[in-house]
Write a protein that binds this ligand. Structure first.
Ligand SMILES: [Zn+2]
Ligand SMILES: [Zn+2]
Length: 356
């Protein structure tokens, strides 16, 4: 089969690799029908994630069909259409038993496209299949479902739930990329008074409006002042960081009200300054986290009920074999307007949010 193989910083190729097979009795092999590229894949390509060994197939988000299961797999069978979660779950270790699958001690956690071959291929071996894939309801399209592999649970768990969004809140989302936009969509499930999106790119701010942000702010034009004006000078109840650079994290801590929450969802590559000298007296709570995907069943129910505009984040689609071109489009989002790029899957017109 073919897969998108990492060969060290700046080097990857769509090339022939061995077909995956069942290695452990808890494995399944999935034929990949729809797959996406994540910002984390770009970090890997830049060399920011050194534990990824050259020769690894990238990718940790996919929808496909089970083609083979190991002897101990009980809950899925060949022919099932499934969502492959970005987090694998042994289900037995201390952290899995607490629902903190991201910290799995039994060989799970974020392993696909990281420590084992991932989903950007024609087939993928999925360890711990019983707990790491989700059978899809017929009402959920591949394009909606694939956004639930990583982007939506990350936004919902690490942004909205960690940030404790409540009815009537003012929620600020800094960074209107895929995760930030999914934060906007899932924060709105809680009936906030308003959501304010902050970004640099006009197209992303427009997408934020379409997903329900009542106000948007160019990050260069004093978003702190806008937030202060809209909240009687107090600041926002919840601020979600969805960029991952020191400046945006520090901006978030300046926009939160006393007693409010800053939820960091961005992936950071360098240290940020924590202004404890100003924050300690304001009763501010700051949370961090890697997604556990424990809410994926809930999000799938919401998607089946038509309550999650997941596939609206897909701006570009390509056949799987054109993945190198897809990476190019995704990596140059400022010029191409790309949010999420989907590969493979049944050909279907997807109306991008920027043009809808
Ligand atoms: Zn990801
Ligand atoms: Zn575990």
């Amino acid at each position: 089969m073919k897969g998108y193989v990492f060969h060290g910083p700046g080097q990857a190729a769509w090339e022939e690799v061995p077909d995956p097979d069942v290695q452990d009795p808890t494995d399944a092999v999935v034929r990949v029908d729809t797959v996406t590229i994540c910002g984390t894949d770009l970090h890997i390509l830049k060399g920011d994630v050194p534990e990824v060994r050259p020769g690894t197939v990238l990718g940790h988000e996919a929808v496909g069909e089970i083609v083979e299961v190991g002897a101990d797999v009980r809950t899925v069978q060949p022919g099932d259409r499934v969502l492959v979660s970005c987090i694998s779950t042994c289900g037995r270790c201390r952290f899995c038993r607490e629902g903190m699958y991201s910290q799995c001690l039994g060989g799970g956690g974020w392993i696909l496209g990281h420590r084992v071959d991932g989903t950007q291929a024609e087939f993928v071996r999925v360890p711990f299949a019983d707990l790491s894939v989700h059978v899809l309801p017929a009402a959920v399209t591949n394009e909606d479902a694939v956004l639930l592999a990583d982007i939506f649970p990350t936004a919902y768990e690490v942004g909205v739930l960690n940030g404790r969004v409540r009815p009537g809140d003012t929620v600020v989302v800094v960074g209107a990329g895929p995760v930030g936009l999914a934060v906007i969509a899932t924060a709105r499930l809680f009936s906030p008074e308003r959501v304010i999106a902050v970004d640099l790119a006009p197209a992303r701010l427009e997408a934020a409006r379409k997903l329900g942000a009542e106000a948007v702010a160019d990050a260069r034009e004093e978003p702190e002042q806008l937030v202060a004006d809209l909240t009687g000078g107090f600041g926002a109840d919840v601020v979600v960081e969805a960029v991952g650079v020191p400046e945006t994290f520090e901006l978030c801590t300046r926009m939160v009200r006393p007693g409010g929450h800053v939820a960091n969802a961005g992936v950071h590559g360098s240290p940020a300054t924590l202004h404890l000298e100003e924050l300690w007296i304001k009763n501010v709570t700051i949370t961090t986290g890697l997604v556990d995907t424990r809410t994926t069943p809930t999000l799938l129910k919401m998607a089946a009920a038509g309550r999650l505009p997941a596939s609206q984040l897909i701006t570009h689609t390509f056949p799987l074999e054109r993945i190198e071109e897809a990476y190019d489009v995704f990596a140059h989002a400022a010029e191409t307007g790309a949010l999420k790029v989907a590969l493979g899957g049944p050909r279907r017109e997807v109306v991008p949010v920027a043009e809808a």
